[in-house]
Design a protein around this ligand. Structure first.
Ligand code: NAP
Length: 295
């Protein structure tokens, strides 16, 4: 049975991992009458045209968003404000602006003052990704079975929020609304701190001298290998995430450092019970993740 598309025209701005995955899924499911893509990089625009993952690749941001019913910003968090400032004057009244940024408070603070009357802003964050970036790295099932968190303002337009939620559900995601500050604290512990640890442990291994360093690579056990996968993530994206979720991330890092010191003390004094308790907590968390199919 044919159903009407969610949006007559949807524009995706920024065609990296997230933007190109969204484009692929939208094209596959037909939830937009027309899908227009725009990326600041001419090389990315050419590649998106070659891949055929949008109905049209616009040469300017203004052209991409004109007449769009919904515009989704999929650029790094640090570029959200300038991108929104460039595009908003060209959006039609009644249109929706959304984003996929990994931090929410900073994006809301930069975009809200720019919003003209008649444009609804629905911030969103799909909790899905890989360590790869660019238009070739995307795939249509990236959001399948994953959460997309929506952080609409209290005085926001509920219809616009419902439409953006429907867009993500059509991509296979589960959706939930959350307060932006709460979002940033939760993401600091489940995503931002683990990335910080991965970048740091790879740096520590890289600083080892000569022989030990080459042995680290040669005999990398699964623990270190798993960290290197996370550490292969895009530097610009993660620089922006760290700087835009500064307070929550530093708070989680301080808590982690205290807990790591407690573990160090237990190891120093041979406190077997403490060590076993910590390891068992880790195993319980892993089992719970498997049970709720988020492992
Ligand atoms: P990505 O693969 O690096 O793609 C970002 C794309 O945006 C690149 O093609 C980039 O072009 C382009 N771009 C940068 N500034 C732009 C501008 N002003 N106007 C138009 N295009 C611009 O990054 P991504 O992983 O898809 O991340 C995109 C967003 O999704 C970020 O806000 C990130 O926080 C969020 N996110 C990422 C993940 C993840 O795991 N990767 C998960 C959830 C959400 P250039 O390469 O030429 O700069």
């Amino acid at each position: 049975m044919m159903t009407a598309p969610l949006f007559e025209r949807l524009a995706i701005v920024g065609l990296g991992l997230i933007g190109s995955s969204l484009a692929r899924r939208v094209r596959q499911d037909g939830c937009a009458g027309e899908l227009v893509a725009y990326d600041a990089s001419p090389a990315v625009r050419a590649r998106v045209a070659e891949l055929g993952i949008a109905d049209r690749v616009a040469e300017t941001g203004a052209d991409a968003v004109r007449d769009a019913d919904c515009v989704v910003l999929c650029v790094p968090v640090g570029a959200m404000g300038s991108t929104a400032a460039d595009l908003l004057p060209h959006m039609k009244p009644g249109a929706i602006l959304s984003d996929v940024g990994s931090t929410k408070q900073s994006v809301i603070e930069t975009i809200r003052p720019l919003l003209p009357d008649g444009i609804a802003f629905v911030p969103a964050h799909p909790l899905a990704g890989t360590e790869y970036s660019g238009p070739d790295s995307g795939f249509p099932t990236l959001f399948e079975g994953r959460w997309t968190l929506l952080t609409p303002p209290e005085d926001g337009d509920p219809d616009a929020t419902a439409q953006v939620a429907a867009l993500w559900r059509s991509c296979g995601a589960m959706t939930r609304e959350m307060d932006p500050a709460h979002h940033d604290r939760v993401l600091a512990i489940v995503s931002h701190l683990p990335h910080l640890l991965a970048f740091t442990i790879c740096g520590t291994a890289d600083d080892l001298e000569g022989e030990s360093r080459s042995e680290v690579l040669q005999f990398a056990a699964s623990g270190f290998r798993d960290f290197t996968r996370i550490a292969a993530s895009d530097p610009v994206m993660w620089r922006d995430v760290f700087l835009n979720n500064r307070e929550a991330l530093l708070e989680m890092l301080a808590r982690f450092t205290e807990d790591a010191q407690a573990m160090a003390r237990a190891i120093r004094w041979g406190d077997e019970d403490f060590i076993v308790d910590r390891i068992e907590r880790g195993r319980r968390i892993r089992r719970s993740l498997i049970e709720i199919r988020q492992a």
